[in-house]
Design a protein around this ligand. Structure first.
Ligand code: R5P
Length: 312
């Protein structure tokens, strides 16, 4: 079996170092040459010939992060790597997963084409905005699930009268799965947007009176959805409201929105780095999970053994 090398994109080094530590191997050496106009060129400073390489890079904004990953893949392909795995803890552009109005791109499909054309042989990611994005690829795809991390945390809270909430209709499936894992009911917040990132109206489908509500979502961006949903759930009689969102995009006034909201806490994963400026945000590391998944993928072991098993 070819030996493994792990490399990190610049802005994901904080996470890749932790993954590498759990994996028991140091990160491969890489440098990035920068031209004065901003153009850049990553260079692997050690041989990858005949190796299985795992290139770790979350593709959050700016787009340079995604482009750096493409250049890393291309560099490994041209340096005769045997097998190239793009490890993308946060898969950006996933909100563009369909043509829902005229004259818009399907960004996620374009990203898939670019990764494959660059030379990726396999993709590993976590909590895609829409699971169907896997179908945009014709190469193996490992889709990890944050319930492995969040469910034990929620159980440790020992909340009586717990109920799960989907903060919008798109999160219904995710909320249902969590409700199954935790043996609770779930409700749905129905939101209507006039434009991207702006929530106009919200209502709840289900009863949250006297309940401790845990909202589940794949990502939080401006925090408008969660802040509005939390307020509305409290107005409907919830005892407390928490939110668990895998990817902390946290743009615009997000930190302020969360701090000023009625949320008890917002728990996220470190697929994207966060600032320490909000007392309500806790970040949990995905490093150990990714290290296990990388090992299992390389050793042809099960990835689903890293999912929470439910009997229902
Ligand atoms: C929507 O479909 C997503 O799952 C999130 O609920 C949404 O993108 C969060 O956006 P914001 O935090 O800007 O309201």
């Amino acid at each position: 079996m070819p030996s493994v090398k792990l490399f990190a994109g610049e802005k994901s080094t904080y996470l890749a170092e932790e993954i590498a530590e759990y994996y028991g191997r140091r990160l491969g050496k890489m440098t990035t040459k920068r031209f004065s106009d901003g153009e850049f060129q990553p260079e692997m400073k050690e041989s990858v010939r005949g190796k299985t390489v795992f290139l770790i890079q979350s593709t959050f904004t700016p787009t340079d992060n995604f482009f750096e990953l493409l250049l890393m893949i291309d560099a490994c392909k041209r340096a005769s790597a045997d097998y190239i795995v793009a490890v993308i803890p946060y898969f950006g552009f996933a909100r563009q997963d369909r043509k829902d109005k005229p004259r818009v791109a399907i960004g996620a499909k374009l990203i898939a084409n670019m990764l494959t054309t660059a030379g990726a042989n396999r993709i590993m990611t976590m909590d895609l905005h829409a699971a169907q994005i896997q179908g945009f690829f014709d190469i193996p795809f490992d889709h990890l699930d944050s319930s492995y991390i969040f469910v034990p945390y929620i159980k440790r809270l020992k909340l009586k009268d717990l109920i799960i909430a989907a903060p919008d209709v798109g999160s219904t499936h995710r909320a249902r799965v969590y409700a199954m894992h935790l043996g609770t009911d779930f409700v749905i917040c129905d939101k209507y947007r006039k434009k991207a990132n702006e929530v106009a109206e919200m209502t709840v489908i289900g009863d949250v009176k006297g309940k401790h509500v845990v909202m589940i979502d794949d990502l939080i961006d401006t925090g408008n959805t969660l802040a509005k949903a939390a307020k509305m759930l409290k107005e409907n009689g919830a005892k407390s409201v928490r939110a668990f969102c895998t990817h902390p995009v946290l743009s615009g006034d997000a930190y302020k929105n969360i701090e000023n909201s009625v949320l008890e806490e917002l728990v996220v994963c470190n697929t994207i780095p966060t600032k320490d400026s909000c007392s309500k945000i806790r970040s949990i590391s995905v490093a150990q999970l990714f290290a296990k998944a990388i090992r299992n993928a390389h050793e042809h072991e099960s990835i689903s053994s890293l999912f929470i098993q439910t009997t229902k």
